[in-house]
Every structure is written in C-alpha cells, then in structure tokens.
Design a protein around this ligand. Structure first.
Ligand code: ADP
Length: 433
C-alpha cells in the first residue's frame, strides 16, 4: 500500500510538472507572438509614414535593418522593391494572404513557416495612398524551436522535479501510512480509539477486529474451561475407583467391577480427546480441496454397515433410500459427518426404533424415531459441549462434540444444515449441499 501511494504521488508530481512546463511554454509563445505582431505593425506604420515623404521605392533601403525585411508591391502583385533580394527576380505576390487582405481592406497579416526549419515568418501589409502595398516582415522562433532551445533547461527542471517528487512522495506516503502502521499496536494495547490518530474511516474496522478478537478469546476460554471440566469428571472417577482398590476396600468381584468402570471412564476420555483433536484439526485447515466426486449413497451404506451391530443391540433398523447423488468433497470427512448423525440417531432413539438415511438431489437426511429435541434447544445443539440431557449423553458415551464436528465439515463443504424435530416423535437432520 505504501509503495502504491508512493508511486501515485510520484506520478502526480511528475505529470503536474510536465503539464506546468507545457502550459508555461505555450503561454510564453503566445505572448511572444503577440509582441512580435504588435512590433511589426508599428514598424510598418512608421515606414509608411516616412515613405509618404520620399515616395521612391529605392529609398526604402534606408529603413530596412537586420531584423525587418521590407517589400513594396504594386496593386497587380508585382514586386517593386525587396530589401533582402532582387525585386526583379521575385514572383507575383497576389497570392499572399496578407497582400490580398491589404488590397481589399487596407491592411493584412499572416504567419507562415519559413523555409528554415524552426523559424516562422510574420507579415504585416499596409495599402499606401498611391495604391501600392508596403509589407514588413520579421522572422521569429516557432513554438517547436522554442521548446528545442529550452530543452536543456526543461530537462534539468524535470530531473529536479523527479528528485523532489521522489523525496516528497516518500515523506508523504510515510505520513499517510503511519496511523495505519500503528493499528496492530492499538489493537494489542486495547487503548481507547479516540486517543489515537487513526482515520475515522478505519475505526469501524478496528472495532470489528477487536470485537471478533474478544469473542474468539471468550470462546477459547469457555472451551478450555469446558475441556478441563469434561476431563476432570472421568479422571475423578478413575482416581476414586483406583483409590478404593488400592486401599483394599474392594475385593474379589468388586475389584473387577471397579476395573470395568475405570476402563469405561478411560474410553470416554480417549473419545473426548480424539474429538477435541479432530475439532482443532478441522479448525486449523483453512481451505479444502474438494476435488473428489463422492457418492453420498455409498457413504450412507458404509456408515449403516459400520453401525449395524450397535443399532441391532437396541433393536433399531437402519435403511438407506432415495435416488442418491454425488457431491464434490472429501470422502473421509463426509463419512465422519454421516457417521456422527447416524450415531446420534441410534443413541437418542427408542428401543426397536427406526432410522432412515434418505439421499436425494444434493441432500442427505437422517431421520429417527427417537426422543426428539425441544424447539429452544435446536439452535444450540451444534455448540461445542452442548447437551440437552448431560447424564443421558454421558451414559451413551457422548462427548457433546459430535454435532460441532458435523457443522464444521458441512461448512467446509459449503453445505447448510436443517433440523426438524418433535419431542417424543423423532428428529430429522438434513445436510443440503
Ligand atoms: P453428544 O456426544 O452428546 O451426542 P452431539 O454434539 O452429537 O453430542 O449432540 C449434542 C446434543 O444434541 C446431544 O447431547 C443431544 O442432546 C442432542 N441430539 C443430537 N442428535 C439428536 C437426535 N438425533 N435426537 C435427539 N437429540 C439429539
């Protein structure tokens, strides 16, 4: 950004300077031109005045100096006198605009490019009392030669301007950027925005970043507190049972029961840890290469087969139906998504209930005949560690993270989730790709 501003300021300086030079030179040229014309008119009138007394063309040589050229032409265009050349050898002058104008109106002017490059001829012609035309002309630099002659100066000015613009633009860009450069520091220190020199336009952005940061930090704290709590519960049980065994209070069959409980609690902890790890893994991958064409029906059938025994233990039937479809995605993640939904449909189902996995055009729905979700809880079930009935979830080996993982994976696949549920009747969760 700084480089860009720098460059723009620099270009602005150079372009302004060039425009300035052109305007100055053209104005100078126009002024110079009008001066030349005025002098010429004046000179011609002076010569005409004097000629009235001498009345002899030859005598005109008295007036021609180095600067002015004098010509006398009769009303038919024949040259009677020419100060810079032989009058006899000159062509008829009736085609010259200044002569035509002088014959018709009394005076005429014209400016023509000279044979010499970079020079212009200025003419002023005046009709005399005897009908002859007196013409005075002068040569002057054309605008191009004016430029050419001042080229060295112009180049020097441009070089100076380039250097000055470079220095000024670096300083200016630095000044413009300075408040933005201080943004990280302002964000870090949490200082009041009004005490800073920040531009009003970026204040909403800074506030937004602060809010997001605060929300993130709150979420992180909440998550850490939840994780600690969730890990503490099984660990306390494990430690308690172990203590009982150690103290010798539990004997024989009790010992086996306690060992079984320790095993269950450890398994819970392992599941919890692997869910936490999975979530943080999903958090850290930003862009997903959704390159595979995955058949949702194949994913559903696979999950059904893997969970068949678990469902059969409670007399629950799982059926896969619908026309099926493919989506662009990552097979292992979609497996995980469907597995978590079907796993919940088993956990929160009634004995001998049913589960249907329906796959239609870009939509996968898992329907169960379970306990249902109360309306007010529906928006919260995707939050980390949120469980409607903590003890039930724990008893079923739930971690409260399954649906968070589902939501994460759905988001990564550009899919949205819809939940429909009636308490005591059942729940349908749809993922729409
Ligand atoms: P858990 O590991 O507790 O199942 P989830 O994140 O998978 O965690 O689900 C969060 C909560 O949403 C569950 O504790 C449960 O109360 C509720 N829930 C999820 N799926 C269902 C379902 N199919 N039927 C009823 N309640 C459900």
């Amino acid at each position: 950004m700084e480089k860009k501003i720098n460059l723009h300021l620099f270009y602005m300086g150079v372009v302004t300077a060039i425009i300035g030079i052109v305007i100055t030179t053209v104005s100078y040229y126009l002024f110079f031109r009008s001066e030349v014309k005025e002098n010429l008119t004046h000179e011609c009138q002076l010569v005409a005045e004097s000629y009235r007394d001498i009345f002899s063309p030859k005598e005109l040589s008295r007036f021609s100096g180095k600067t002015f050229r004098i010509t006398l032409i009769n009303s038919r265009g024949k040259v009677l006198y020419e100060s810079d050349a032989d009058a006899e050898s000159m062509t008829n002058h009736l085609d010259r605009p200044e002569i035509i104008a002088a014959i018709e109106t009394g005076s005429g002017t014209d400016t023509r490019l000279s044979d010499t490059i970079g020079i212009e001829d200025y003419y002023y012609a005046l009709r005399l009392d005897d009908g002859n035309i007196l013409r005075v002309s002068i040569q002057a630099d054309s605008i191009f030669s004016l430029f050419e002659r001042s080229l060295v100066i112009i180049l020097i000015i441009i070089v100076v301007i380039v250097i000055v613009s470079m220095l000024v633009s670096v300083k200016l860009a630095d000044k413009l950027i300075a408040p933005l450069k201080r943004m990280p520091e302002i964000l870090e220190k949490n200082t009041s925005i009004n005490d800073t020199d920040l531009y009003p336009e970026v204040i909403p952005l800074v506030e937004e970043i602060r809010n997001v940061r605060n929300a993130q930090s709150e979420m992180r704290q909440e998550f850490t507190a939840n994780v600690t709590h969730e890990l503490k519960t099984p660990l306390t049980s494990i430690s308690g049972y172990a203590e009982l065994i150690e103290s010798g209070m539990a004997e024989g069959e009790d010992c086996r029961t306690f060992a079984g409980k320790i095993k269950n609690e450890s398994t819970r902890m392992l599941t919890l840890i692997s869910d936490i790890l999975r979530l943080s893994e999903l958090d850290s991958i930003n862009d997903t290469m959704l390159s595979e064409e995955v058949s949702l029906k194949a994913v559903a059938e696979d999950c059904r087969d893997r969970l068949l025994h678990q469902a059969a233990d409670r007399g629950i039937r799982i059926t896969v139906c619908g026309d099926g479809c493919t989506v662009k995605g990552i097979r292992t993640e979609l497996d995980e998504l469907v597995y978590n939904l079907v796993d919940n449909a088993i956990k929160y189902n009634r004995e001998n209930g049913n589960i249907e996995i329906i796959i239609d055009d870009k939509k996968l729905t898992v329907s169960d005949t379970g306990i249902g979700i109360p309306g007010e809880s529906i928006p919260r079930i995707f939050e980390r560690f949120y469980r409607i009935d903590k003890s039930r979830s724990r008893a079923k080996g739930g971690t409260g993270l399954g649906l968070s993982i589902v939501r994460h994976i759905a988001e990564r696949h550009g899919a949205r989730i819809e939940v429909e549920s009636t308490v005591g009747v059942g729940t349908s969760i749809s993922v729409i790709f």
